[in-house]
Design a protein around this ligand. Structure first.
Ligand code: PMP
Length: 448
């Protein structure tokens, strides 16, 4: 028993794996056992472990200027260059960039910028935010209120009422369909519900709709074709902003530069990045807004004297230099294209599990996927709790593969983008053994 309070862990049954070092796509525990990192840490170590170029970048920047803040317009070249680079990459008009430290605080920043912006343009009543069931947008008090997973809300008195969070359907056809509904009918129904809610609440009271283009923590939900086109048409009709939370899907994860590209989401008004922005070599987030939103916020900030929001580590020079180098490596190594090709390979391999008696659905795009274990393959009935998923994860670990079970019993895979074909084979083989063993376990427990 250590004195650490473990995040997102059953505090009573703390199970520990003590990792000591990493190399490429592998990590090693304190007994020297090797594991393939099948979830890239927490969906973040895109360039794997021990990348010498990144180690050098961090250490050089530490040596040059280990810290500088950005308050009052103080700046440094890595921060300026990173904002320019990001603005040039995203599918947004004249994007402006605010830096933070984590996906959660990046989303908090956006909530505050939304208020600031709508106050600035004389629409102070436009403040509610639509999120989706099963969404994950972080765990701070505000971003945690946008998250819809029960464990992140229960006992925390969340969501914070004052934020005016609205929840609409999640877009997972497999678990959300009704009766014999087709995918198109499902999309029609849930986007119909969205529009009904907007009209009921009053569009003039709603600021934005937030979505992970493809979700992570809620089970790697890939919405059906046409879903985002319909959502965006509704949002445009009622003058509601589209806010893409690309904390997981940004930078090649889904086989394209951004999840928005993969899912045909046109010109989001806001984008949040973290994780793969620095391949987790240094914490950083970026909250991007449209250039004209920024312009509108200038005058009010002059009235008060400042735009009164900023973290001590907003634009930490080491984080910015690291992220710049990471983006350079993505480009130089053609990692987004590689991710598309290797992603096809990974998805084809994962699909082999679709016939397994324990598997209800296999889904994913590019280098992110999930295998959902179900109690009844024919009906898709879910298990009553997450014990089957937890068992599978434990078996994977035994075989030297680290993954996570999300949304109960969906086994998520999201390996570093640098993974080789042989290493994908290794991942699949180990995952397959674990799923077979989990079937035996579920049978022995009379859970099927
Ligand atoms: N948004 C999404 C889509 C995420 O997946 C996460 C983290 N998994 C967050 C926000 C929060 O990021 P962080 O844990 O860095 O605060």
């Amino acid at each position: 028993m250590t004195n650490v309070i473990y995040p997102t862990t059953n505090l009573k049954a703390v199970e520990q794996l003590v990792l000591e070092r990493g190399e490429g796509v592998y990590v090693f525990d304190n007994q020297g056992k090797q594991y393939l990192e099948g979830l890239a840490g927490l969906w973040c170590t895109s360039l794997g472990y021990g990348n010498q170029e990144l180690i050098d970048t961090v250490s050089e920047q530490l040596g040059k200027l280990s810290y500088s803040h950005m308050f009052g317009g103080k700046s440094h070249q890595p921060g300026i260059d990173l904002a320019d680079k990001l603005a040039g990459m995203v599918p947004m008009d004249n994007a402006k960039v605010f830096f933070g430290n984590s996906g959660s605080d990046g989303n908090d920043t956006h909530i505050k910028m939304l208020r600031y912006y709508f106050n600035a343009i004389g629409k102070p009543e436009k403040r509610k935010i639509i999120t989706r069931e099963r969404a994950y947008h972080g765990v701070t008090v505000a971003a945690g209120s946008l998250t819809s997973l029960p464990a992140n809300l229960a006992h925390f008195d969340a969501p914070l009422e004052a934020l005016g969070i609205l929840r609409t359907d999640h877009p997972h056809y497999f678990s959300g369909r009704q009766g014999n509904e087709t995918e198109a009918e499902f999309v029609e129904r849930i986007t119909g519900n969205l529009e009904t809610m907007i009209v009921r609440e009053g569009p003039e009271t709603i600021a934005a709709f937030i979505a992970e283009p493809i979700t992570g923590a809620s089970g790697v939900i890939v919405p059906p074709a046409g879903y985002y086109e319909k959502v965006q048409a509704i949002l445009n009709k009622y003058d509601i902003l589209f806010w893409a939370d690309e904390v997981i899907t940004g930078f090649g994860r889904t086989g394209n530069d951004f999840g928005c590209t993969t899912m045909n989401i046109e010109k989001p008004d806001m984008m949040t990045f973290a994780k793969q922005l620095s391949s987790a070599y240094y914490p950083i987030s970026a909250s991007l807004i449209r250039g004209d939103m920024y312009e509108a916020m200038i005058e009010p900030s002059a009235q008060v004297g400042v735009f009164g929001h900023g973290y001590t580590y907003s634009g930490h020079p080491v984080a910015c230099a690291t992220a710049l180098k990471v983006l350079e490596i993505y480009e130089r190594e053609n990692l987004f294209e590689r991710s598309a090709q290797m992603g096809d390979y990974l998805q084809t391999k994962l699909k082999q599990f679709a016939d397994h008696p324990l598997v209800g659905e296999v889904r994913g795009r590019g280098m992110i996927g999930a295998v959902e274990l179900v109690a009844n393959k024919q009906t898709g009935k879910a298990f009553a709790n997450g014990s089957v998923g937890a068992y599978a994860v434990q078996r994977c670990q035994e075989h030297g593969l680290i993954i996570r079970a999300v949304a109960g019993n969906s086994l998520a895979v999201c390996p570093p983008l640098i993974i080789s074909e042989a290493q994908v084979d290794e991942l699949i083989e180990k995952l397959g053994m674990a799923i077979d063993e989990t079937l035996d376990f579920a049978k022995a427990q009379n859970m099927l």
